[in-house]
Design a protein around this ligand. Structure first.
Ligand code: ADP
Ligand code: ZN
Ligand code: ZN
Length: 818
């Protein structure tokens, strides 16, 4: 009797590969364990066992495996089921899923680059001979490929050696250096508890009489604390006492002062483990009861709660329930970098039970969270994470929360698997028989449809803000009229300027939203009309004044700003349209006294970029915050009275069937940042089309009106949620080839899918990084079998790839395209 395993390899090939194993190995192995296998001419890969069987492959000779790498499965059977679903639903390979799901430390292969860690080992005898050889080699050469190490050891299979060294933390896998996650940056000091009494304090000052500088620092600390109820920043203390950070450090080391980070360490600071949960207001209590009731009959529930209604507090209660039952919670957020506020809020309540997972964390951190979740450790009962956290090895999942469920960043674009984390999370929850709560102030049309029309989800609304603060008053400003009557200064209407001055006078903060970064998206010659384009993409270059550059937002191309027109040499260059940089500059000119900050991709790139800006705004060190849609994602600022949307029109005119839905969501979400805790806020929207129905719906908070109208359109034009969409994109350097391929594919698809095929059509930006893109859209009626449809698509795709001249064309399938 022969034994075989089918394994998943981290390569984008359609099928599983079969290797032969011995009888003993077959008894030891289980699905979800890793094995080292030969692949291709000389490569070695880490592969994952998918199935153990006795059927000899027909077309090729199964090679034996090199080695078994695990004693126990590192992937649970539920995870394998989820992977299966993803690969079937999103039409991708299990190899694609494997690469997205597993931290790369689990997937050593020939090309992986290894280097030494800083850890020194004390005793050579701790290492086996082969381990020592690798270690020594890395001492002389800072980084080596697995293949090279294999040559040095003169041994084919070095993965087990490397795995042991990884576990001993003597070597590491080279990757981009990611920032370690740190929730807060601002450091504060307080007096150590033991000096809090008057008597102790006097003794301290006496003791310090021989250290006059230290005494002075303490005295400065006192005068500062007397003047404010706010905690004292280290930076402030240094400045006021004219001291240095090392002098402060000495006082901290002497345990006279104590340093803390205001949000994250408040738990430790108050000496308590966690703070009690907030008591829900009556509306929240009612919503919570309804959610629980709905979970009795339906596994998924949509909570439609307006901004600042306290959805988070409701989530927290559900998490507390799950904790009590000893169940794990997965709390999905669209973007971890923007949730520093949420992390500290959860840590207040649940202390160390909260683990944060992000694909941008260092490998070690990811592996650490992975292992904790696998072991069902106390320290990861609640996992807060962005979309990739659906891949964690939960084993006792009781609750999934998808916050801001409408956010499009839940959908992965590239590379495959192009999964939607919300929908994947629902499948994950079902595999665990867990409940899912979707929350949003502006639900996606899909989810609202599933809850209110299709009866797939339970549905609960919460339409009061906490403390009954009113929703902000939203006013539309007709800037066409303002221009005509010369009431504009730059891009600011007189009304906007007036409201801004008032808000500033009353010490309130302001948020200005412009959905474009840079200074202006188009530069144009006044004489000949030429405008500089990206050489690699089909777009105009955006002017970035701060860097004096023209930059492409689709590839990394940039050049210095032109002095003369490239076409005619004229020096009269003009710019069209405006981005956040220009708004910031105009604000500086209009309000020279105000402190302005900008939050967009350009200002948040660096170390802790987001946090610095969010914290500064939170601490009211900034009066006016200018930003892109980053501003919309669930931030909770307490002192914002006014929100200005500089131009609503370019969002509305975006050529996409979701453009109106998205504009509504974006504007409502930015609007929701205003007046969250105190007085009623105000929102001003500048537009050329004040009668646009979406703007009317935004200003009346008419979600239902928006939903019904959009749903009608989706019916009429056969779009989701009425039809499913498969977008097929062809990519190639050669324009003619893409055209030819797309036409061929269109004919083949039409034979099967008839009138449900749209295109081929070039997208608005038809060339990106020198690749032409052309799209075909497939609309699948709800009653049509999804499995069969996908089979047919795959079949067509395969015969496409078998045409020799089409083979180099990349064909990308995107299901439920967002
Ligand atoms: P949402 O997520 O719905 O926008 P949040 O949960 O962020 O709203 O709540 C808005 C603000 O109101 C937060 O600062 C929160 O701490 C506060 N809040 C909400 N509910 C309560 C409550 N029951 N008791 C005290 N504060 C609350
Ligand atoms: Zn010109
Ligand atoms: Zn470009």
């Amino acid at each position: 009797m022969q034994y075989f395993i089918d394994v998943i390899l981290p390569v984008p090939l359609e099928r599983l590969f079969t290797y032969s194993i011995t009888k003993a190995e077959s008894e030891f192995l289980n699905p979800g364990m890793r094995v080292a296998v030969p692949f291709g001419k000389s490569k070695i890969y880490t592969a994952l066992v998918y199935r153990i069987h006795q059927t000899k492959p027909e077309v090729y000779e199964a090679k034996p495996i090199h080695q078994i790498l695990d004693e126990q499965p590192i992937i649970t059977s539920q995870q394998l089921k989820l992977w299966d679903w993803i690969s079937k639903y999103y039409i991708c390979t299990l190899g694609d899923v494997l690469r997205a799901a597993l931290p790369s430390a689990f997937l050593l292969e020939s090309e992986t680059i290894i280097s030494k860690t800083d850890l020194e080992f004390s005793n050579e005898s701790q290492l086996k001979d082969d381990e020592f050889l690798v270690y020594e080699a890395l001492y002389h050469q800072s980084a080596l490929k697995v293949q090279e190490i294999s040559n040095i050891l003169d041994k084919k299979n070095v993965l087990p050696v490397l795995k042991r060294l990884l576990e001993k933390e003597l070597i590491k896998i080279d990757e981009e250096i990611y920032e370690k996650y740190r929730p807060k940056l601002v450091r504060y000091v307080k007096l150590n508890d033991s000096y809090q009494t008057d008597g102790a304090l006097e003794i301290l000052l006496d003791n310090l009489s021989r250290a006059p500088k230290q005494r002075e620092i303490i005295l400065t600390f006192f005068s500062l604390s007397a003047a404010t109820t706010k905690p004292i920043k280290v930076s402030e203390l240094i400045e006021m006492s004219k001291s240095t950070s090392s002098q402060i450090k000495v006082l901290i080391e002497k345990e006279i002062l104590e340093a803390f980070h205001i949000q994250t360490d408040r738990v430790a600071y108050s000496g308590e483990q966690t703070e009690g949960l907030k008591e829900l207001n009556t509306h929240q209590q009612k919503a919570l009861a309804e959610i629980k009731k709905s979970f009795e009959t339906q596994k998924v529930c949509l909570l439609h709660g307006i901004t600042s209604s306290g959805k988070t507090e409701i989530y927290v209660k559900l998490i507390a329930d799950a904790l009590e039952k000893g169940e794990q919670t997965l709390y999905l957020v669209p973007e971890i970098a923007l949730t520093t506020q949420l992390v500290s809020r959860l840590q207040h309540y649940f202390g160390a039970q909260v683990a944060v997972f992000h694909s941008k964390y260092s490998l070690n951190e990811r592996v650490e969270v992975w292992n904790k979740v696998l072991q069902n450790s106390k320290n990861s009962q609640i996992v807060l994470g962005a979309r990739s956290s659906v891949f964690l090895p939960f084993n006792n999942l009781g609750l999934v929360i998808v916050d801001e469920e409408h956010e499009q960043s839940y959908k992965q674009f590239d590379p495959a698997p192009r999964y939607h984390a919300r929908d994947t999370a629902i499948v994950l929850a079902n595999l665990h028989n867990a409940n899912t709560l979707l929350g949003s102030a502006t639900p996606s049309i899909e989810s609202f449809f599933n809850a209110t029309k299709a009866d797939k989800y339970g549905f609960v609304t919460l339409n009061r803000r906490h403390n009954d603060v009113m929703l902000p008053e939203i006013e539309l400003i007709d800037i066409k009229d303002k221009h005509k009557r010369k009431r504009m200064k730059g891009h600011f209407s007189d009304k906007m300027i007036l409201e801004m001055s008032e808000a500033l006078e009353q010490d309130y903060q302001i948020i200005l939203f412009q959905n474009r970064r840079g200074y202006s998206p188009i530069v144009e010659c006044n004489t000949c009309g030429h405008s500089p384009q990206c050489p690699n993409c089909d777009v105009s270059l955006t002017y970035h004044q701060y860097k004096k550059q023209l930059r492409c937002h689709y590839c990394s191309y940039h050049m210095s700003m032109l002095i003369k027109c490239m076409a005619c040499g004229s020096t009269e260059m003009d710019s069209k349209g405006f981005g956040t940089e220009q708004v910031e500059k105009e604000v500086h000119q209009l309000f020279p006294e105000a402190k302005v900050a900008r939050m967009d991709l350009d200002t948040t790139r660096g170390k802790h970029g987001y946090e610095r800006i969010i914290t500064a705004f939170e601490q009211q060190e900034v009066d006016i915050l200018v930003g892109t849609q980053m501003l919309t994602k669930g931030l909770d600022f307490r002192n914002v009275k006014l929100v200005g949307i500089m131009n609503a029109d370019n969002m509305l005119n975006f050529p996409d069937f979701r453009a109106h839905e998205r504009s509504y969501q974006l504007m409502q979400q930015v609007a929701g940042r205003a007046g969250r805790t105190k007085e009623r806020g105000k929102v001003l929207i500048q537009t050329y089309n004040p009668y646009h129905k979406i703007l009317q719906q935004v200003s009346n908070n008419d979600y239902l009106g928006m939903f019904n109208e959009q749903l009608d359109e989706r019916y009429n034009f056969k779009y989701p949620p009425i039809y499913r969409l498969v977008k097929i994109t062809l990519k190639h350097r050669d324009y003619a080839k893409v055209n030819e391929g797309a036409d061929w594919l269109a004919v083949a698809l039409r034979q099967v899918f008839k009138q449900h095929v749209l295109g081929p059509e070039f997208p608005p930006v038809s060339r990106i990084r020198n690749q032409y893109h052309k799209n075909l859209l497939l609309k699948i009626p709800q009653n049509q079998s999804l499995g069969k449809t996908k089979e047919a698509i795959l079949k067509i795709k395969n015969s496409f790839s078998s045409v020799k001249s089409f083979r180099p064309i990349r064909v990308v399938l995107n299901i439920d395209n967002y």
